[in-house]
Design a protein around this ligand. Structure first.
Ligand code: ADP
Ligand code: GLC
Length: 474
């Protein structure tokens, strides 16, 4: 079965967050299970595209409203990522450096989807199934089934995965003319709350949708930024499949991005050496418990609470605990954290920015990883932390709830708390300090974590089973 994954991000080509990690790994593991999975994504002006060789496999002109645009489909020549990689290059519109946040983002992603559909309609590249990820490819199911232009493909099943239901990519009806010719009796399928909503359209039109954890499937019915009723009514079409991690890239035994490789056997010494490297770089004390945060500095991640919670924790345990933050996002949050670092330079340090290899060092060198997320559809950070023997401290929500068991419960290994609140975080920090003061228990939990299996094998198979279940109808 030939499947095209359609996404705005894919590691290592272009990454903003976990979407890239998933789309960079899932197809690889699906191919190992006998599928023919490929990735189609926009061409960005990034290191990967300059350092690798591509061939042009298709080129054409299309219309975006009244504007004609030229596009090319480039294929990476070696399939070195474990899957075929196709880039949609649209000069002047979709060949810029950043993935998101351009004022013409709506035009960019509509053009991306038009180019993709045009290519598969006119070339020999007919997929058996199209798997769209998040709203950037959310119009594809609608266009496929309700535009005369793509009639040849109208029986192709589509699966839509929601990585983040907070972002819908909505835009006004005044931009309807940007879409190619569609069946105007079906425009209701595009609508939500008086606008064109690609996420809602995808959920309505796809054959099946999935969320990146079972708990998030339920949460969307009461927390999805206005789409709650839709998720409630479409619930029968949905299923929750937990993300896996790429255990080749995220492996403390072989990770080239950390100074000291280790396995369960050299766990304590291996982690300590990485901690020393991290602490030396950021002027922290390697003999104190180190609690880190990695992620986008946005409300969703609970990053708005970090400064206040860390400040109070430091006051409650003066000189006893160190904190490190790696992230970028809202300016106000960045400033609060940088001010905190000025206030407590020996107890807290902050790196504002995106740094892939530093993230690996932080997972390896920290004792605890804090994730006080308001919303967490799956979360990969806690899975990386587990793999590197770092105790996750998570709010009980979404994928965090599905992957972390509190160490107080039976065979548990993490620290969980109920509310996204400063007081719950402070309480969790207190538990972390107590745990750190008990090395045999900490060691036991670390061993337990590192023995867990969150590889893609099981989830990749679940997706394939879902595809197969759509087959009889093809
Ligand atoms: P989300 O996709 O919502 O941001 P995930 O937990 O699914 O959250 O994935 C986040 C991914 O991005 C992880 O691979 C994490 O290590 C990485 N990441 C986030 N912020 C940074 C940063 N500032 N520097 C390096 N890596 C980061
Ligand atoms: C989104 C979610 C995150 C999830 C990731 C990959 O960015 O916020 O929780 O892990 O997608 O599915």
């Amino acid at each position: 079965m030939r499947v095209f994954h359609l996404s705005a991000e894919c590691y290592p080509v272009a990454k903003v967050g976990g979407l890239a990690d998933v789309v960079g790994a899932l197809p690889k593991y699906q191919n190992l299970l006998g599928l023919q999975a490929a990735v189609v994504m926009p061409y960005y002006d990034r290191k990967f595209v300059h350092e690798n060789e591509f061939e042009t496999v298709f080129q054409a002109n299309e219309l975006l409203g009244s504007q004609r645009f030229y596009f090319e489909i480039l294929k990476e020549k070696t399939d070195k990522l474990g899957f075929e990689l196709y880039l949609v290059k649209i000069p002047g519109l979709l060949d810029r450096e950043n993935v998101y946040s351009y004022p013409d983002e709506t035009e960019q992603f509509i053009a991306f989807q038009i180019a993709f559909l045009d290519w598969i309609s006119w070339s020999q590249q007919t997929p058996d199934l199209i798997h769209c990820h998040d709203h950037h490819s959310g119009l594809v199911p609608f266009l496929l089934y309700h535009s005369r232009l793509y009639e040849r493909l109208a029986k192709t099943p589509t699966v839509f995965t929601i990585h983040n239901g907070q972002y819908h990519g909505a835009f006004g009806w005044n931009k309807l003319s940007l879409l190619p010719e569609i069946d105007l009796t079906k425009t209701g399928l595009l609508d939500w709350n008086g606008g064109i909503n690609p996420l809602a359209a995808a959920v309505k039109c796809c054959w099946r949708y999935t969320t990146v954890s079972p708990t998030y499937l339920e949460e969307l019915t009461y927390n999805s930024n206005g789409l709650e009723y839709l998720f409630y009514t479409e619930r029968a079409k949905g299923s929750g499949i937990i993300n896996g991690i790429d255990t080749e890239i995220w492996n403390p035994k072989t990770d080239p991005m950390i100074p000291e490789n280790y396995s369960v056997r050299q766990l304590a010494s291996g982690k300590q050496k990485n901690k020393e490297a991290l602490c030396a770089r950021f002027e922290l004390a390697p003999d104190k418990p180190l609690i880190s945060f990695i992620g986008r500095l946005v409300l969703e991640k609970g990053a708005d609470l970090l400064a206040e919670a860390i400040k109070n924790s430091i006051m409650a345990h003066p000189g006893e605990i160190n904190f490190f933050i790696l992230g970028a996002g809202e300016v106000k949050i960045q400033e609060e954290l940088l001010a905190l670092k000025e206030l407590y330079p020996t107890e807290c340090n902050v790196f504002v920015g995106y740094d892939e290899s530093l993230a690996h060092l932080v997972y390896a060198g920290s004792d605890f990883l804090l994730m006080p997320s308001h919303v967490e559809p799956c979360g990969l950070n806690q899975l990386y932390a587990l793999r590197y023997g770092t105790v996750p401290m998570v709010r009980t929500t979404g994928g965090l709830k599905d992957t972390v068991i509190d160490f107080g419960d039976g065979e548990g290994y993490g620290i969980r708390f109920i509310h996204t609140s400063v007081s719950d975080i402070i309480h969790a920090v207190g538990r972390a300090a107590t745990l750190y003061a008990n090395p045999p228990l900490l060691q036991l939990l670390r061993k337990r974590m590192m023995a867990l299996d969150f590889s893609w094998d099981r989830s990749a198979k679940e997706y394939i089973d879902l595809y197969e279940s759509l087959k009889p109808a093809i």
